[in-house]
Design a protein around this ligand. Structure first.
Ligand SMILES: Cc1cc2nc3c(=O)[nH]c(=O)nc-3n(C[C@H](O)[C@H](O)[C@H](O)COP(=O)(O)O)c2cc1C
Length: 183
């Protein structure tokens, strides 16, 4: 049974739905009935700044609080969906911090993070002003997927801007309908 974890990286204020989430909700509507799905907005979680201990302590303790919640949700998922605006041609900081924590989770004794991540599928649903200039962000996510043996899926992109702008991108909405059809 598939278990989709949607990680929303938008920094819109609480209660405000961004374009990336709007597009991702259209895609999620096409998930097969009974597919488990869980949504988290990263900016509303208290993920601490990442600290590089690789060449001092060398290992990390099991995370606590919201970091532990994210770790547990990540490991429980068969499918990770990065719901990601493009910020400065790159990965938004809430999602970048989450990815930095993967470096710590790789070094939690006994966790076997890398082995347990291998084979999960990684989807990216993004909005921004320009598809071509989103490519660097997609390439970064794809390289992260390859590093951990995740199955990279073709990204879904829509034209964003002000809230609901993506609803005018009929090609993106049509692509969203079938985005997860093979899931
Ligand atoms: C800090 C910041 C940086 C941005 N940088 C870019 C960018 O480099 N390229 C671009 O096309 N749009 C950029 N945008 C616009 C957003 O990608 C666009 O409005 C997107 O739809 C926002 O997603 P959301 O509605 O899900 O929050 C930026 C927006 C913000 C707030």
């Amino acid at each position: 049974m598939s278990h989709f974890l949607f990680l929303n990286a938008s920094t819109r204020e609480p209660g405000h739905v961004g374009n990336s989430e709007t597009l991702a909700r259209h895609a999620a509507a096409g998930l097969p009935a009974g597919t488990e799905q869980h949504w988290l907005k990263l900016a509303e979680l208290a993920l601490p700044p990442f600290v590089d201990l690789r060449h001092t302590a060398g290992t990390y303790p099991m995370p606590e609080g919201d970091a532990r919640l994210l770790l547990d949700q990540t490991l429980a998922a068969t499918d990770l969906v990065f719901v990601s605006p493009v910020y400065w041609f790159s990965i938004p900081s809430p999602l970048k911090t989450y990815l930095d924590h993967w470096s710590g989770w790789l070094r939690v004794p006994g966790l076997d993070f890398k082995e347990r991540m291998a084979g999960k599928r990684l989807w990216v649903i993004a909005t921004s002003g320009n598809r071509e200039k989103a490519q660097a962000m997609f390439d970064s996510y794809r390289l992260c997927a390859e590093f951990l043996g995740l199955q990279w899926q073709e990204p879904l992109w829509g034209k964003g801007g002000a809230p609901d702008a993506v609803l005018a991108d009929s090609a993106a909405l049509a692509a969203a309908q079938t985005c997860f059809s093979l899931a």
